[in-house]
Write a protein that binds this ligand. Structure first.
Ligand SMILES: [Zn+2]
Length: 305
């Protein structure tokens, strides 16, 4: 699933490519992707699978003012106080390109990565934009969620309102981090992956962050020493910033808006390195252990419990 670095990569791309463009029309072949947050006299109702005509009525002519990221959500600020939230979920990714509808299916025009890489061929929603570009959603498993509504209404949805702080926010200081982590009794990996505690960190980056900070993923968060907490705080920033610089990881379906892979997968420290030597050359071999519904990858030598 795309985590903070992947969603940030998309937001940065979109700010370069589609700012100021207007939405002209919408095409789709999977109505479940779309949602509209209706506000009737202050009562919010999420309309799932709205009629395309109804959805279009609210988005047609709206200008894309800014792309932002909050946790793993991509937010598009639109004119007239509207906003679109896109959660790419497991395999969704946004592409900026050109498609032609052939027998009810979107076919990419041109001969770039968008058309060559099969991961980019599962286009289920297209926003036609002014100036000739299109914003397409490719999603093999079709879990991605798009919600359109008024910005102030969307910001009241639990998926935005109940989020913890952004780890890369300059105003998020070590003292804030200590406060939210040291009171938790859960296993550190699970605490890091809880978006209500801290936003945007998932399975891949939590493993690498913990390896860099030499903390065992199973260690209860409230048992982490002050020195370890400092290392952890530092490691979060190092890993996430590095992953943004490398444009995310594409060990699964993630691609950027040009359909290209990210490079973080080549420099992974612990994630999916099961059975390989620890990069610290401390004699440790990376193991993989179930934690909740996920797996943790770690070195039993330098990440002792
Ligand atoms: Zn090690």
């Amino acid at each position: 699933m795309p985590e903070l670095p992947e969603v940030q990569t998309i937001a940065d791309d979109l700010n370069k490519k589609i700012l100021g463009k207007r939405v002209l029309k919408v095409w789709l072949d999977w109505p479940k992707h779309l949602n509209f947050l209706e506000n009737k006299n202050g009562v919010l109702k999420l309309v799932k699978k709205p009629e395309l005509k109804y959805f279009e009525k609210f988005i047609k002519g709206k200008k894309i003012l800014k792309a932002r990221r909050r946790a793993k959500n991509l937010l598009l600020d639109l004119s007239c106080g509207y906003m679109m939230l896109i959660h790419q979920k497991m395999t969704g990714h946004l592409l900026v390109g050109n498609w032609k509808i052939v027998s009810g299916r979107a076919v990419a025009m041109g001969s770039d990565d968008i058309s060559k890489d099969p991961y980019n061929r599962f286009i289920h929603v297209i926003f036609y934009l002014s100036g000739g570009k299109m914003l397409g959603l490719s999603d093999v498993r079709k879990f991605a969620k798009i919600i359109l509504g008024k910005k102030q209404d969307l910001e009241n949805l639990p998926e935005l309102k109940e989020l913890g702080p952004e780890p890369l926010d300059k105003n998020f200081k070590f003292n804030d981090f200590r406060e939210i982590i040291s009171s938790k009794t859960g296993k550190t990996k699970q605490v890091l992956m809880n978006p209500k505690v801290i936003a945007g960190i998932g399975n891949i980056y939590s493993d690498d962050i913990l390896w860099l900070a030499r903390i065992n993923p199973f260690k209860p968060a409230n048992k982490i020493s002050e020195a370890e907490l400092k290392e952890l705080f530092k490691a979060i920033r190092i890993i996430l910033n590095k992953a943004i610089k490398l444009r995310g990881s594409s060990i699964s379906d993630f691609r950027d808006t040009a359909g290209k892979k990210g490079d973080y997968g080549r420099v992974m420290l612990a994630y999916q390195r099961e059975g390989e030597k620890c990069l610290r050359n401390d004699g440790g071999i990376i193991v993989r252990k179930k934690i909740g519904g996920r797996s943790a990858h770690f070195c039993p030598v330098c990440q002792k419990l």
